[in-house]
Design a protein around this ligand. Structure first.
Ligand code: PMP
Length: 289
């Protein structure tokens, strides 16, 4: 496995960053998770735009241009000869002296990993996935905006631990006003009749590339109206169906929340249609932009 590290393709075991990197010391950096389907890099432009926005939001000046990073991603995929893959693109603050000041780090580290990912057991795509509601709220927008895809994932990791302790794979996170935001690594939608609804970014969530793909392309192609609305837990419990979206997760139906069945407790017909449309689009068009 070859990893692209600051301009060079190096073997996985030699792809290392200094222990003084502020990415390691403070979780100071940004990242993207990107899929390669059938040799094409899915929505690469959207991911690069989000990376640039995240970097800007944390006052991180990228060392490479977006065009150079795009080339690095393509080069890494080619070097690993993978037709279907998961790319992890990371920009850390870089190495510097101890202390929080990010501006003491002269050069960010830019990393492109190309590997595989399988997030949830395949049978859950057929039978639905049970989830819980995390007790821990999503970090408020005014503290650290969840729309920044930063290396600070402890809020999500601790909610994920709640899920694991409850014997499930994912946890729904609410904001401090009790509104539904997203899950620890996925966005959330509900289905009511011919409408699919997802919380607005202002609720405090990552504006997922898959979320936007479902809202703008997959949902309308399946004949759904799409709306961004504040969602409360009761709306989820009374929905026809609930599903999650994410680069690694793709589209997956939710069977129960906190042990309470959603719809008939399996993957409903709307989610099935959306999953089928999603899969045929990524396989056939594999739109890069
Ligand atoms: N929310 C969070 C917190 C995430 O980490 C992710 C990505 N894993 C998502 C939502 C989904 O975003 P995307 O569709 O861009 O992968």
């Amino acid at each position: 496995m070859k990893v692209w590290l600051d301009g060079h393709l190096v073997d996985k075991q030699h792809a290392v960053v200094p222990v003084y990197d502020h990415g390691l010391l403070y979780g100071d950096g940004v990242f993207e998770g990107i899929r390669v389907y059938n040799g094409r890099i899915f929505k690469l432009k959207s991911h690069l735009e989000r990376l640039a926005a995240s970097a800007h939001a944390i006052h991180l000046t990228l060392h490479y241009t977006i065009r150079e990073i795009e080339q690095a991603v393509r080069e890494t995929v080619a070097a690993n000869g993978m037709k279907d893959a998961y790319i992890r693109l990371v920009v850390t603050r870089g190495a510097g002296p101890l202390g929080l000041n990010p501006f003491t780090c002269p050069k960010p580290a830019t990393i492109v990993i190309c590997d595989r990912i399988s997030l949830y057991p395949p049978e859950m795509y057929d039978n639905g996935m049970p989830v819980i509601v995390a007790k821990r709220p999503r970090i408020p927008v005014e503290c650290l905006d969840p729309s920044i895809k930063s290396l600070n994932y402890l809020n999500n990791i601790l909610a994920k631990v709640e899920a694991i302790e409850a014997g499930v794979h994912e946890a729904i996170m609410l904001n401090t006003d009790g509104e539904v935001c997203e899950c620890t690594g996925d966005n959330i939608f509900l289905v009511r009749g011919s409408r699919i609804v997802t919380p607005p970014v202002t609720a405090g969530l990552l504006n997922g590339v898959t979320r936007l793909f479902v809202m703008n392309e997959v949902g309308p192609a399946c004949g759904f109206d799409v709306a961004e609305r504040t969602i409360r837990l009761d709306d989820l419990f009374t929905a026809d169906e609930v599903f999650l979206t994410g680069t690694a997760a793709e589209v997956i139906g939710v069977s129960s929340i906190d042990g309470r069945m959603i719809g008939e407790g399996k993957v409903g017909p709307s989610t099935r249609r959306l999953v089928a449309e999603f899969r045929s689009r990524v396989a056939a068009d594999a739109p890069e932009n």
